[in-house]
Design a protein around this ligand. Structure first.
Ligand SMILES: NC(=O)NCCC(=O)O
Length: 416
């Protein structure tokens, strides 16, 4: 197919490069829907087998949600999808099914509104979405990276630091009520201000327990220095290691956004025993979209755990134009945050993604027994050569490290 050929056929909103103005791909809100609408059913089934994998030998099943959740989603116009990952029946262990939710959202007011109003409006927008999760019986809910503010870190302007909050600040208090009301663990990624350490800033995920208590926090390990992601102007690499939080519903961890490009970061959460790792993110189409469906799925496979990937949606326009030292003309937005939140499972299956341009709540049941079943089947944990990797890393860290390269002796021989 020619690259300029229109996959969906003759829609005026398409541009030659297939990126439409409304954030959709060729007028569809996800790749899944694009393929479903344009492939014959038997082709769509086969393509889905490869793109979404198989869970226990079957295509991933959808889950029926209570009408109350559907009513809230149509009233507030957000995407609502639900699936279920099964596991094989075991003789000695009962299934360990948890219901997990991911929320993706755009900001609620222009970035020129007062900071107080912007934050309040995001709270208002999230209320019905969290209620829909709660009334659907979600046990663990994760929000997107820095959910309580616009992702202003492209600008390098320091005034956005005002959005930062202590661990027990207003965003946490707002969510604690829902955690208690719905007996739900909530992961809240915020811009943190650490008052006890000189009022420094961090990019932090707070884990709120199902009784509304704060279980702990994790700070983003890897800070991007790519494109407009000028985050290192605001905060440093995290100092909390790779904690796994044992909650009422399973062992969970948080790999914040750019950390998903680092396989050893994923590995460390696995070594500490995580069964579900969340990847709350803020990333844009031009930069990372081809990587998005690959990295989380690979991490789930390699580490025998579930991954919940969340990305914000929409285009956020900032008052003052900025540049990022990459030769691009000055501009006032990051580009389009493409949503597409989804779950990946250790058996290489994954859910379809939420919309590329709409707020959304994605829910999935997952039987955590699948993690050990995959360890037993593929033996990745058992066959890994940690002692070799440890030696390699120890030697790499030495200033006199030399790469282990064995050159073809004929390479540098002078021709006679
Ligand atoms: N928020 C963040 O770390 N974004 C970096 C860009 C990316 O990793 O896709």
């Amino acid at each position: 197919m020619e690259t300029s050929e229109k996959i969906g056929g003759g829609n005026d909103i398409f541009e030659d490069n297939h990126i439409s103005n409304d954030g959709s791909i060729c007028g569809y809100d996800s790749l899944h829907h694009l393929l479903c609408a344009n492939l014959k059913p038997h082709l769509f089934k086969e393509v889905s087998r490869l793109l979404l994998g198989m869970n226990c030998g079957k295509a991933i099943e959808t889950l029926v949600l209570p009408d109350s959740a559907k009513v809230i989603s149509s009233k507030h116009d957000f995407d609502l999808q639900a699936f279920r990952f099964g596991a094989d029946k075991e003789s000695l262990r009962e299934p360990r099914v948890v219901r997990v939710g991911l929320i993706q959202n755009s900001i609620a007011l222009p970035t020129t509104a007062s900071f107080v109003d912007q934050k309040r409006a995001i709270f208002q927008k999230l209320k019905p979405m969290i209620d829909a999760a709660g009334s659907s019986g979600v046990n663990i809910l994760c929000l997107q990276e820095a959910w309580m503010m616009p992702f202003a870190f492209c600008t390098r302007e320091k005034r956005w630091c005002e959005f930062a909050e202590p661990i027990d600040g207003e965003s946490t208090q707002f969510l604690q009520e829902f955690a208690q009301k719905y007996n739900m663990v909530i992961i809240s990624p915020i811009l943190e201000r650490d008052d006890n350490h000189g009022e420094t800033l961090w990019n932090t995920a707070i884990i709120i327990g199902n009784h509304g208590n704060i279980i702990g926090k994790h700070r983003k390990n890897h800070i991007p220095r790519v494109g407009d992601f000028n985050e290192s102007t605001y905060y440093m690499e995290g100092n909390t290691g790779h904690p796994v939080f044992e909650t009422a519903y399973g062992k969970i961890a948080v790999n914040i956004c750019y950390g998903r490009h680092h396989p050893l970061n994923w590995l460390a959460f696995g070594l500490n025993g995580a069964e579900i790792v969340f990847n709350p993110s803020a990333t844009v189409g031009e930069l990372s979209e081809p990587m998005w469906p690959v990295e989380a799925r690979n991490a789930a496979i390699a580490n025998s755990y579930f991954v919940g990937s969340i990305n914000r949606v929409g285009t956020e326009i900032f008052p003052n134009p900025f540049t990022s030292g990459d030769g691009k003309p000055q501009h006032s937005d990051f580009g389009h945050f493409y949503g597409s939140s989804h779950f990946s499972a250790p058996d290489a299956s994954c859910t379809p993604s939420l919309s590329r341009y709409k707020d959304g709540l994605l829910i999935s049941d997952m039987d955590l027994n699948l993690c050990r079943q995959l360890k037993d089947k593929w033996g990745f944990r058992m066959t890994a050569r940690y002692e070799l990797y440890a030696d390699m890393l120890a030697s790499y860290l030495k200033p006199d490290f030399e790469p282990q390269i064995i050159s073809d002796p004929l390479l540098h021989k002078k021709s006679s």
